[in-house]
Design a protein around this ligand. Sequence first.
Ligand SMILES: C[S@@+](CC[C@H](N)C(=O)[O-])C[C@H]1O[C@@H](n2cnc3c(N)ncnc32)[C@H](O)[C@@H]1O
Ligand code: SF4
Ligand code: SF4
Length: 319
Amino acid sequence: MQQDNKYKSLELEKPGVYELEGLEVGVTSNCNFRCSYCCAYERNDGNSISAGEVIRIIDEIPTLRRVRLSGGEVTLKYEDCEAIIAHCSAKGIATQLNTNASLLSRERIHSLQEAGLTNIHISFNFTDRDRFAAYYGIHPLVYDKIVENIRLCVEYKLETVLETLLFAETQHNMTAISERVYELGVRIHEIQNSIVMDHRGWNAIASREALVRSVEELIANRKPDTELYFTCMDRFADKLGFRDQPGVYFSHCVDGKKQLHLHGNGDILICELCHPVVIGNVYEGTSLNRIYQNRPKALEAFLKELPCPAYEALFPAGS
Ligand SMILES: C[S@@+](CC[C@H](N)C(=O)[O-])C[C@H]1O[C@@H](n2cnc3c(N)ncnc32)[C@H](O)[C@@H]1O
Ligand code: SF4
Ligand code: SF4
């Protein structure tokens, strides 16, 4: 099933040759939520990029296999997303839309499916509306709307990925969250390891013990028709005895190696989540097509050192 998922296939291969096969686009940095853990680059700085611009840039990169639309909350620019997805779909490029799902509707979900979206990826960290509302400071009815939209994604047969951030708030509840994912009809659950956000002063990441226990419990309780993807754990998976097995994948990190982030103002970042270093700007002469040949200094240094904050947080130097 998801082994054939066209979008996910890139991270199931160990990156060998470094070239641009994945592009994450911050279609807008604006968001209707205010999550404390948020990794969005310059959130709410007002920058966005039009579908026309994104399509022009995509067409200059012959090696591209997948495009992720992220932000911010990209559904604030819904029409642009739909146009980019339709264009990629016609070219055989896989797409993923990363959303909090609060602004979707039956009509939007239907047209995303018709545009050929490969994956819809929805953040899902709480099993009930009250916990959701208390954590985010958002009205509980928003949770009900998100749940309704998840069910609609399943109804329209969109490949739906629910993503749970494994952090201090969820680390004791991961199995219950996974059961709720299943109950909603979703069969792909992605577990994203939490990364410290120094610039926000947010460091409520999962402890090593909680992470190990959660991963083991999730695997032990996995339903045979469900697939688990664990993200940002590949650098220490071996060390902790985690192994891929049917239905369980410790995704390879492709950030900086095969995938870069394009911000609304044209900035190109190595990785929005953990290495938001600007290595060029598409409006100031940087060609994404040749970026791995030209290798700006910061990219060269990144590829040489391959820093990983997820690893460094769990295994501080010397441990
Ligand atoms: C920046 S959000 C943008 C998409 C959408 N607004 C959402 O929240 O799903 C993209 C993804 O980044 C993940 N993320 C945000 N902050 C993170 C952090 N500190 N560590 C790891 N992942 C994080 C979220 O879980 C989300 O799935
Ligand atoms: S919904 Fe997404 S982009 Fe918005 S604040 Fe939360 S993590 Fe950040
Ligand atoms: S380098 Fe960054 S994106 Fe890659 S696994 Fe480490 S923390 Fe995650």
